[in-house]
Design a protein around this ligand. Structure first.
Ligand code: TXA
Ligand code: MG
Length: 321
């Protein structure tokens, strides 16, 4: 099939209520028509995701996305102009288009316009009118089982979800490698719910306001669960200065993710880049590889405590919680 024919087929599957896994620049998503309760119910079943956890709805452009919000603050317009299409999700007060089955019953909805060309082509092909129905948004959590490491290649999706999805579009490895930054603009002050490639500083500069800290009663979202994005093998975060001692203590059956050069005592060693964006791009594939090495424990050398590492530190903290 030509790429265009494949996209057209995937869009038909979505319109008919099927499930399509597709690449985005962050991670691969598992898509369903966000206005179709049966399709979204099947999406949750395949992910083994609890029904009260909301999903992000994806659109081809900001105008479509904002039609799912009943109020669009100036800050949202600025951020959309600056960062969409791109790895940013905005939480806004929902319009009547956003049903309880995508918002987890909350009065807000998560909106994102991804930049990946395959995601863009799919969302554009999906949107439009047919048979008296208007199609616009695609609900898409990461295309993995609930709580596990997100997929950054089509092969990861097939390994995780196999024949439970109707179609897997392959767009190569995801460029960002970790999930989108999530910013909640549904309350009195903007709140960063999940750090990502787009940093807090860039957002503050774009809206000319400081971001509030996440409150203890913030809306429930699985990215906020303590243990998430986690491999099956027990994993621990270790400061650089303690890595040697920890390896000596653990013995051979240990797998290590580190900045430094391999240590021959160790069964499996992956050396990671010192650039935070390059690190993020490789992180989930690396965790999968170490998970499959059959070790008793994964040791992860802790990255620096600087702002540009915030998103990677967040994912590592959850993977090792
Ligand atoms: O990069 C990404 O965001 C990827 C790609 C596929 O777009 N998607 C993704 O979806 O990471 P998921 O479902 O794995 O994580 C979405 C996060 C969850 O923590 C969810 O609870 C939160 O977004 N979320 C969605 N709607 C929300 C809402 N109305 N209020 C608070 N959190 C919300
Ligand atoms: Mg996820």
């Amino acid at each position: 099939m030509t790429p265009q024919a494949e996209i057209a087929r995937a869009a038909r599957i979505l319109r008919a209520g099927g499930l399509v896994a597709f690449p985005t620049e962050t991670v691969y998503g598992l898509g369903a028509d966000a206005a179709n309760p049966q399709a979204v119910a099947r999406l949750y079943a395949v992910k083994r995701r609890p029904a009260d956890h909301p999903v992000i709805v994806h659109f081809a452009d900001a105008a479509l996305a904002f039609s799912w919000a009943r109020e669009v603050p100036e800050s949202a317009r600025r951020l959309a102009a600056r960062f969409w299409p791109g790895p940013l999700t905005l939480i806004l007060k929902r319009s009547a288009l956003a049903g309880d089955f995508v918002t987890g019953g909350q009065d807000s909805v998560g909106l994102r316009v991804p930049a990946h060309p395959v995601a863009q082509a799919l969302l554009r092909a999906f949107a439009g009118k047919q048979g008296g129905r208007a199609f616009s948004g695609v609900a898409a959590p990461s295309a993995n089982r609930f709580g596990a490491v997100s997929p950054t290649t089509a092969a990861h999706v097939r390994a995780d979800l196999g024949d439970e999805v109707d179609c897997v579009l392959d767009g190569g490895p995801s460029e960002v490698g970790i999930e989108s930054t999530i910013l909640d603009l549904s309350g009195a002050a903007p709140v960063l719910l999940r750090p990502g490639r787009i940093g807090a500083g860039e957002i503050e500069a774009a809206i000319g306001a400081r971001l509030a800290e996440k409150a203890a009663d913030a809306p429930r979202h699985p990215g906020g669960l303590e243990r998430h994005y986690a491999p099956r093998t027990p994993a621990a975060l270790v400061p650089s200065w303690r890595l040697d001692a920890e390896i000596a203590k653990r013995g051979a059956k240990v797998a290590v993710l580190a900045f430094s050069r391999p240590d021959e005592r160790v069964y499996r060693w992956l050396r990671m880049p010192r650039d935070p964006q390059a690190y993020a791009q490789r992180l989930y594939a690396a965790l999968r590889e170490l998970d499959e090495a059959g070790c008793e424990r994964i040791l992860v050398e802790a990255p620096p405590e600087t702002p540009e590492w915030a998103a990677v530190r967040d994912r590592l903290a959850r993977a090792t919680a």
